[in-house]
Design a protein. Structure first.
Ligand code: SAM
Length: 274
């Protein structure tokens, strides 16, 4: 198994227990929200209408986003995640909330599901930041039918440039270069995160067969408190920072059909950033 996939699976198996309580809170509501500060989907409009459509979630974790989309009327939802501990939580919540759907153990880089079998692919802090984008974005395109939509949320570029290595909150100072950003590792932690600059992401989405529909910056609302990490003890980001800069951003893209693929100019020859 690839080193980043094995490291991330180990990390998520170790930390899965911390996400049971937040997972249960999310399963307990029908309102779709996004990001650390729970911004309502009604304010952002990131999702297409999923009614009657086949949906796959890449990096589903505890599975609440899939559950929300099933409750919104999706014809089918499938959750994909490489980590046993997270899938065990998802299975537990499916039983608790009487909402079963298929769960598949796999990384976003190599999903054992048929080509062109979904209308919508989503990822909320799943494959979006834990899988190598040079592999999971082409994989998402393979899974989607022509015209199918991809929606994924990860940390914003500005957050990644301002955050610190030791988990303390981001400051107003940039701490690392944007040039060459892509693969992020942390002291004393086997996990690897992937965050591309906007230019690199646009080029990669296009080279993977997508047209870019939108990039939505997710800012904290006026009435929210500072956010802590899931343990509740360590401050993650202050509400004041997150009202001025987005902690997360949501990409929306559509899989091009064969005709528009043939019309598109050749993908950039620029080498991948990492
Ligand atoms: C913060 S959780 C996000 C999932 C979900 N939104 C939740 O909060 O339960 C991150 C998930 O990404 C998964 N993950 C780790 N490596 C991955 C990979 N290579 N491909 C897809 N998902 C991965 C982890 O197992 C974990 O369940």
């Amino acid at each position: 198994m690839d080193e980043s996939i094995a490291g991330n699976r180990a990390h998520w198996n170790t930390t899965a227990d911390h996400w049971v309580a937040p997972g249960r809170r999310s399963w307990s509501t029908d309102e779709v929200t996004w990001g650390t500060f729970g911004v309502p989907e009604a304010d952002l409009g990131a999702l297409p209408d999923v009614t009657g459509r086949d949906v796959v979630e890449l990096g589903c974790g505890t599975g609440y986003l899939s559950a929300w989309l099933a409750r919104r009327g999706a014809a089918s939802v499938v959750g994909v995640d490489p980590t046993e501990g997270q899938l065990a939580s998802a299975r537990r919540f499916q039983a608790e909330f009487a909402l079963p759907f298929p769960l598949v153990q796999a990384a976003g880089e190599a999903v054992p599901l048929r080509d062109a079998s979904f209308d919508v692919a989503v990822s909320e802090y799943g494959a979006a930041i834990w899988a190598d984008p040079h592999r999971w974005l082409p994989e998402a395109a393979r899974l989607l039918r022509p015209g199918g939509e991809l929606v994924f949320l990860g940390n914003s570029v500005v957050f990644m440039l301002c955050c610190q290595d030791d988990d303390s909150p981001p400051t107003e100072q940039m701490r690392r270069p944007q040039r060459g950003m892509g693969r992020f590792t942390w002291p004393d932690d086997p996990s690897v995160e992937f965050h591309l600059s906007h230019g690199d992401m646009v080029r990669l989405l296009r080279a993977s067969g997508f047209e870019v529909l939108d990039l939505i910056e997710v800012y904290a609302g006026d009435d929210v408190a500072d956010a802590t990490l899931c343990s509740g003890e360590v401050e993650f980001v202050s509400a004041e920072w997150a009202r001025r800069w987005p902690v997360e951003e949501i990409w929306r893209a559509r899989k091009r059909d064969e005709v528009s693929l043939a019309r598109t100019e050749r993908p950039s020859r620029r080498p991948p950033p990492f």
